[in-house]
Write a protein that binds this ligand. Structure first.
Ligand code: UP5
Ligand code: MG
Length: 190
């Protein structure tokens, strides 16, 4: 008998486009568990794991951590949640991430939310976030933008060609963006 396949929505968009903010709103209204790959990686650094230093260095450079590390953290978090509906925020970030996740888990996303936002706006948000993130400085932010354009946009294009991308104008207020997001998830409080 086949195992029940979980529902996965990938939440993608550039650095500072509002992925984490909108995921928190979605969780408050729909029965999803929010898994931010970046948050899981930052927790792994804090836990003092043997990969911690490597992860920290990659995040400081805006580089993409090897798939096996991120996928293991996601799989563990999915198992521990006890849920079967997930918002996976900030992953997959490149073609290799995408292919490895599908291969290892056998999961294809139900759809992909893409928060589309101009760089000037994302830069403003990141520079005023003030949460002590080591990658929220202008040098690292520029690197993150470059990696997004070169490596992450192709993943969005891949899913777009499959008709799975729901593109959202993220350069509006949190409330306005969430109105659009709600329409995508359905208005019922399931
Ligand atoms: N804000 C949010 N929405 C707003 C709105 N509509 N109007 C005005 N302000 C708004 O928002 C950012 C800031 O903007 C906040 O202050 C918020 O209040 C405000 P947030 O919701 O945090 O945006 P988000 O898109 O989540 O930005 P984040 O910085 O988290 O995105 P990144 O994609 O850069 O960061 P992530 O944590 O996903 O990854 C960090 C690094 O980890 C990567 O660069 C990479 O090195 C590594 N990583 C991997 O290697 N692999 C992975 O799979 C994931 C991460
Ligand atoms: Mg985030």
């Amino acid at each position: 008998p086949a195992e029940k396949n979980p529902t996965v929505v990938f939440v993608l968009g550039g650095p500072g486009s509002g992925k984490g903010t909108q995921c928190a709103n979605i969780v408050d209204n729909f029965k999803f568990t929010h898994l931010s790959a970046g948050d899981l990686l930052r927790a792994e650094i804090k836990s003092g794991s043997e990969n911690g230093t490597m992860i920290q260095n990659m995040i400081k450079e805006g580089k993409i951590v090897p798939s096996e590390v991120t996928i293991k953290l996601l799989q563990k978090a999915m198992k521990e949640s006890g849920n079967d509906k997930f918002l996976i925020d900030g992953f997959p970030r490149n073609e290799e991430n995408r292919a490895a996740f599908e291969k290892v888990t056998g999961i294809e996303p139900a759809f992909v939310l893409y928060f589309d936002c101009p760089e000037e706006e994302m830069e403003r948000r990141l520079l005023s976030r003030n949460q002590g993130r080591e990658d929220d400085n202008i040098e690292t932010i520029r690197k993150r933008f470059k990696v997004f354009l070169e490596s992450s946009l192709p993943v969005i294009n891949y899913y777009d060609a499959k008709g799975k991308v729901r593109k959202i104008n993220a350069a509006r207020s949190v409330e306005e963006v969430f109105e659009t997001v709600k329409g995508i998830f359905g208005s019922k409080n399931e």
